[in-house]
Write a new protein. Structure first.
Lengths: 455, 622
């Protein structure tokens, strides 16, 4: 566990600089062998040192670098940390990494720096998750949210809930353990009800806000659906055209085909283009159609594209009924062509309709403002994001809410207070697993397998 | 030559000697005073919250305490009867004359037990192994195993006002050297403190100014084998009174005269948080106008009244003033003054789960020497030490109760895993699986174990098997039997303001309704099972969801309990463990990951480092 690890800490690719992070007992000694400049074992902690990385064998200069030396324990991992700022470029950065591995470092496993920070007591579990989020942050909002978790703001929120619970729990316990003493306030169901209601509201609030948090962090999953040739791909391209700078992933994860991402007022829109949907007997095509429907089902926002020049078909009616329970916008494209589409009888809220002529670049701004309106994006933008933003924490909090509903039911049924205390204690323990105050065996394994390399 | 020697004949010693001798091992019980066997030097009650459940557990396993208490008590009641079944617990007012007498009788019936008077001041130790005891006159008695149950007698000091006297409870002779010897052998010895209040002459109390606290109006027993041997109307009441503002003034004005508040400057002992002296209560809860005091009779055979809640180390003249400030006790005659007592104990993380010490082989310890307080806590440790000493002689595996088995398991695990800061008292809140560890099901939980270790007879076991069978049958009866909504039955519902079912309904469905009880169902149909069986089924059905949840939690713990830590693990070799955690792990040497998690100061990150290390070094899946 205590060997020295290294990894490229910046994202791979051509950038102005790249950083290689080295952490462990031997960090200074190993880097020193490759470094031509000051003796790194003698420089003060938290200093930046100019020099060159040299291959000790060939004496060839690999790169001109700045080396940050940070001595334990005041470092991210609480170990000796050296960070080498190279001049980017895949070749030279990889060569430096290669030398480090040759001279005593081991390549860090996924998430190992963060794991060490956690294991060495530098950060708690919630913070460990936040670090990962921070590194993955693409928008400013995401960064703020992650920063709040790192500084323990969310931990504080959870701890304040736990503190209140502990008071109730201990009072009930005293009632149980000293039943003959009337010196202590007796907690009755009547006293408990307002406390529980208050708790329920607080957790509900956090959950509501956390929904926004999830949107900030994960973005709005948006699927574009419609019959073939109505302009789905054109819509995608038009949206991306506007925001070329952050088109990042193409054909991303195995889960979704994220065709592209755009940012609207700081909120990410993850756009998924789908295969055209129509009734078909072709087996291959029908698999595609099925997949499209599934994606539509999973998305936060459905953009349903219709062709102004086409008559309403049964397919369209069917799809409309399928999206009714989702956040959706009907995009009527090709307004430059003759109107054949008759939607007046279809009971669609006019607010949900956007008229566009993608070809002529008309209607994009209206579409964006509709999306902003629909997700309260402006409001999210102005809020201080102190809430839970990863799905593990949110699901635990949802479990807590369910327990509280159990408690309310129990109180109504006049369940003995000591039974109710069991549920309260359970909530207290569950809350503890959010910021790692309660030890959960599987928690760590699950957590750390999710971290990416070298973060 | 004995197989087992038990040193001390208090509640731990008696149970240990009984268990060892009953398991057919030649046993010697040594006490410093034959007249003090099973003495109750402090409060006169047995049981109480959580403790009452322990007494039931002792009985389920084949120990004595429950039966002796049943035969001799002055009154008995069920605590928390208005709360749920998991926290109900019996409490009896013991008889300080009759209880010891009955205990001596029970011990004398044991063929393999000798009882001897003597003061043990040293052990025979060879190569880290105990081989017997040495008395103060130098007499050596050899044995294969020694169980120390010395209570508060190790270097005991009685503290009253500014005086410190080397004496045990009731001015008995203490052991002066044994704890020093234990220290020489390598034990970490700590100093603890406890206290006791005044005894008052009954005839000098005006009970009309107090509130009467009678026993329950229902027959109750600790034991699963005995029928009630008392009459409800013959129970002796206790009385409730309160401190007054004047009492508090007296205490505040004379605080510096109390041993604990400056009159003695050499006090090292730490007193129990859960049973503070009246000085502590007045100082720490200064805004409380009054504190409850119970006036409790000590015996049918003499007139002393115990002032529960008034323990103090004030000098006698101040105690006079304090007592006379209490309603009903204006003219009270104090027979014995309260005092604090300081004594040596061994730090309990030096014990294995079977109560054998890690320092010396074949030495077991139980009771207050392990840092606990209370007769029940002592008795159950004595029972477990006696059983385990015997099992060791028989080359059998130790008998260790898990936290999900019994309060006894919780107590011993807490002691050896967490250590103590002050004298340890069992509390309901210490048991995370308290819903499973109920007073009503102690026999169902533990009698099989008692039979396996040889303290429960075949006959007792058969009775249990019958009970288990009956419970199963009643459960099916509840599911199969439907209640028709005849006019009579309808009326029964209406009379109680219960919602009338629309059609016929099974007993099973009905009992699940929060307002409906077995008592009510008996009005609708004859349920051909005893009250005891009905109670079990009622609890199991009414709280089915909660009980299932608890079992699930317990299973989770048992899974971690199975992740063993090798005995020879070298914690110095695990690099990244925090230094506090390393020190704690080295001290406790947990046998499983579950136990390691419970050590205070060992954090989740330390556990995961330990798990990773185990996987790497021992190739174990944690």
């Amino acid at each position: 566990m205590n060997d020295t690890i290294c990894a490229i800490a910046t994202s791979q690719g051509v950038g102005a600089i790249a950083i290689i992070r080295v952490s462990g007992d031997e960090s200074l000694q190993i880097v020193n062998q490759l470094f031509k400049g000051k003796d790194l074992t003698k420089v003060p902690s938290h200093s930046i040192n100019y020099g060159k990385i040299i291959d000790p064998k060939t004496k060839k200069i690999i790169d001109e670098v700045l080396v940050s030396v940070m001595l334990a324990p005041k470092t991210f991992t609480k170990e000796n940390v050296v960070e080498i700022n190279t001049h980017g470029g895949i070749a030279s950065t990889n060569k430096v990494l290669e030398l480090l591995l040759t001279y005593g470092c081991r390549l860090a496993e996924p998430g190992e720096f963060t794991k060490r920070a956690f294991l060495n007591g530098r950060i708690d579990l919630l913070e460990a998750e936040a670090v990962m989020d921070l590194i993955n942050a693409k928008t400013n909002k995401q960064r703020d949210l992650a920063t709040n978790q790192i500084t323990g703001k969310v931990s504080d929120l959870i701890n304040s809930l736990r503190d209140d619970l502990v008071q109730v729990i201990s009072n009930i316990n005293v009632n149980i353990d000293y039943p003959e003493y009337d010196d202590v306030d007796i907690i009755t169901n009547d006293i408990l009800i307002p406390k529980i209601t208050n708790l329920k509201n607080r957790i509900q609030n956090i959950l509501n806000e956390s929904q926004n948090g999830r949107i900030i962090k994960d973005g709005i999953k948006t699927s574009i659906i419609g019959r073939p040739n109505v302009g789905k791909s054109s819509l995608l391209n038009a949206l991306l055209e506007e925001e070329k700078a952050i088109v990042t992933e193409v054909a991303g994860t195995t889960r979704d085909i994220v065709e592209g991402q755009i940012s609207i007022n700081g909120i990410l829109l993850n756009i998924i283009d789908t295969a055209g949907i129509r009734k078909t007997s072709d087996i291959v095509e029908s698999i595609g159609v099925e997949k499209s429907l599934k994606m539509m089902e999973e998305s936060d926002l459905v953009l349903f594209v219709l062709n102004n020049n086409e008559k309403i078909t049964e397919d369209i009616k069917e799809l409309l009924s399928k999206i009714k329970n989702k956040n959706y916008l009907i995009i009527i494209n090709k307004t430059d062509l003759t109107k054949e589409l008759n939607i007046e009888n279809l009971k669609i809220d006019k607010n949900n309709i956007v008229y566009m002529s993608i070809k002529n670049n008309q209607g994009i701004d209206e579409l964006k403002s509709k999306i902003i309106e629909m997700f309260n994006i402006n409001q999210i933008e102005s809020e201080d994001p102190t809430y839970l933003s990863n799905s593990r924490s949110i699901s635990i909090l949802e479990q807590c809410l369910n327990r509280i509903i159990d408690i309310e039911k129990g109180l109504k049924e006049n369940l003995p207070i000591d039974m109710i205390e069991l549920d309260i204690k359970n909530i207290w323990e569950l809350l503890g697993t959010i910021n790692g105050s309660t030890y959960e065996d599987e928690l760590l394994d699950e957590m750390f397998s999710r971290f990416c390399l070298g973060k | 030559m004995y197989e087992i020697i038990v040193v001390g004949a208090g509640h731990a010693g008696c149970e240990a000697a009984h268990a060892a001798a009953k398991k057919n091992h030649k046993t010697l019980l040594i006490t410093s005073n034959l007249k003090n066997i099973a003495d109750m030097p402090c409060n006169p009650h047995i049981g109480g919250s959580a403790k009452g459940i322990v007494v039931r557990e002792i009985d389920a396993l084949g120990g004595l305490m429950g039966k002796i208490a049943d035969k001799t008590h002055l009154q008995i009641k069920m605590l928390n009867s208005a709360k749920g079944p998991a926290v109900q617990s019996l409490r009896a007012q013991g008889d300080k004359i009759a209880y010891p007498k009955e205990m001596v009788k029970a011990l004398k019936e044991l063929k393999n037990l000798d009882i001897k008077e003597g003061m043990v001041e040293d052990l025979i130790v060879e190569n880290g192994e105990v081989k017997g005891v040495i008395l103060e006159d130098g007499t050596k008695i050899t044995s294969k195993i020694v169980i120390l149950t010395t209570g508060t007698y190790l270097k005991a000091d009685i503290l009253v006002g500014n005086t410190r006297t080397r004496k045990g409870p009731h001015n008995e002779k203490p052991s002066n050297y044994l704890s020093g010897k234990l220290k020489e052998y390598g034990f970490n010895i700590i100093r603890l403190k406890t206290g006791t209040p005044q005894r008052i002459e009954r005839s000098s109390i005006d009970f009309s100014k107090t509130k009467i606290e009678p026993g329950d109006n229902k027959y109750l027993t600790f034991s699963f084998d005995l029928k009630p041997c008392y009459k409800i109307e013959d129970q002796e009441p206790c009385y409730l009174t309160y401190t007054t503002e004047k009492t508090h003034e007296i205490i505040r004005a004379n605080l510096n005269k109390s041993s604990m508040y400056g009159a003695l400057d050499d006090i090292k002992g730490i007193g129990p948080r859960y049973c503070p002296s009246i000085e502590d209560k007045v100082v720490r809860f200064a805004d409380k106008e009054r504190h409850q005091l119970f006036l409790e009779p000590e015996s049918r055979y003499y007139d002393d009244i115990y002032v529960q809640g008034f323990s103090t180390s004030m000098p006698p003249e101040i105690q006079e003033q304090m007592v006379h400030s209490l309603p009903g006790l204006e003219n009270a005659k104090i027979l014995r003054y309260g005092y604090a007592i300081e004594y040596d104990a061994i730090y309990p993380t030096q014990l294995n789960a079977n109560l054998e010490t890690k320092v010396l082989k074949n030495l077991f310890t139980a009771g207050q020497i392990n840092g606990t307080s209370g007769y029940e806590e002592a008795a159950c440790q004595g029972l477990m030490a006696g059983i385990n000493a015997a099992l060791k002689l028989e080359n059998k595996e130790s008998f260790v109760l898990k936290r999900s088995d019994a309060y006894i398991g919780v107590l011993i695990d807490d002691l050896i895993t967490k250590g103590i800061k002050d004298p340890y008292r069992l509390l309901t809140s210490r048991a995370e699986f308290r819903l499973l560890l109920r007073s009503d099901n102690a026999d169902l939980r533990l009698r099989h174990y008692g039979y396996d270790v040889g303290l429960i007879s075949k006959q007792q076991l058969n009775k249990l098997l019958k009970k288990e069978e009956d419970i199963k049958n009643l459960l099916s009866f509840m599911k199969e039997t439907k209640i028709k909504m005849t006019p009579n039955n309808k009326k029964a519902f209406e009379d109680n303001n219960y919602q009338v079912p629309t059609s016929s309904e099974s007993l099973y469905k009905l009992i699940k309704r929060p307002e409906i009880t077995m008592l009510f169902l008996n009005k609708l149909i004859e349920i051909p099972y005893s009250e005891e069986i009905q109670e079990q089924v009622e609890i199991n059905l009414k709280y089915e969801g909660y009980i299932a949840k608890s079992y699930k939690e317990a299973e989770k713990m048992l899974k971690l309990e199975k992740k063993q830590i090798p005995e020879d693990i070298d914690y110095d070799k695990i690099k990244n463990i925090a230094s506090e955690a390393r020190q704690k792990l080295k001290e406790v040497r947990p046998t499983t990951i579950a136990q390691a998690i419970r050590i205070s100061g060992v954090n989740p990150s330390d556990i995961s480092i330990l798990s990773v290390y185990l996987k790497k070094e021992y190739g174990k899946d944690e």
